[in-house]
Write a protein that binds this ligand. Structure first.
Ligand code: URA
Length: 234
């Protein structure tokens, strides 16, 4: 049983400021199990109580899980003084206080980014111990040789001496490739190709574990994936 104050519960679930909710509750906008409750500090059993606010039933969600088709030009951060972040692309009705991106895609990288307020799940997703496969489509400025494919399979040694875990590299022709890695070091794929003097012109993440970016989710669009999506990832 998870207990929470009524004002905190309504504020978190509906993404309305705590002060606005408090005023609303005191003016009689909230009911719990059919009774009007005007005390913002009244304790709520999050899972068992039926709460209405402004005449609408609140469907309790402990956590929110979203996938974003990240466009280029947006930074992966929770907040920034001047630049637009991936959280600015989350529709208002899906916003929650503690939402944060899971891991990081570079500013110019596009594709699948998971966003959640479930910190434990996020941690498992990015932990190297979880060994989650992430698949990317990459456009290069040169041709892929057998030597590059073999080196990726054996573990590329980056310029700073770090030895990457074995990665899969499939040549798709026309200087395009699919790369599958299980770790997420800073600029990892760009640095891996850099070892072979290959520049990355475009990078797009198509899947995270077994979770694939749906073809009908347009660039900049966000969709709720629900808790069941966890099974596809970890
Ligand atoms: N590797 C990179 O170089 N950049 C990304 O955004 C993701 C993986």
């Amino acid at each position: 049983m998870k207990k929470e104050r009524l004002d905190k519960y309504v504020s978190n679930q509906l993404n309305i400021s705590r002060s606005a909710v408090r005023t609303g509750i005191m003016s009689g906008k909230a009911s719990v199990n059919g009774e009007t409750v005007k005390n913002p500090a009244a304790p709520i059993d999050c899972e068992a109580d039926t709460v209405f606010y402004s005449g609408n039933k609140i469907e309790y969600k402990k956590y929110v899980y979203l996938m974003l088709n990240k466009p280029a030009g947006i930074i992966t951060a929770s907040s920034d003084k001047s630049r637009k972040t991936v959280l600015d692309l989350v529709p208002y009705e899906l916003r929650r206080k503690d939402l944060a991106p899971v891991g990081r895609l570079d500013k110019d990288t596009t594709g699948l980014l998971i966003i959640t307020d479930d910190g434990e799940f996020a941690h498992k997703c990015i932990s190297p111990k979880s060994n989650i496969e992430k698949s990317y489509i990459v456009e290069l400025d040169g041709d892929i040789t057998e030597d590059v494919i073999t080196s990726f399979r054996n573990g590329v040694t980056l310029a700073d001496g770090y030895i990457c875990k074995p990665a899969k590299l499939f040549d798709l022709g026309n200087r395009q490739a699919r790369v599958v890695i299980t770790e997420g070091k800073y600029h990892q794929i760009k640095r891996m190709f850099g070892v072979f003097s290959l520049g990355v012109n475009a990078l797009h993440r198509e899947s995270f574990g077994s979770l694939k970016l749906p073809p009908d989710l347009g660039e900049g669009e966000c969709a709720e994936i629900g808790e069941s999506a966890q099974k596809l990832i970890i």
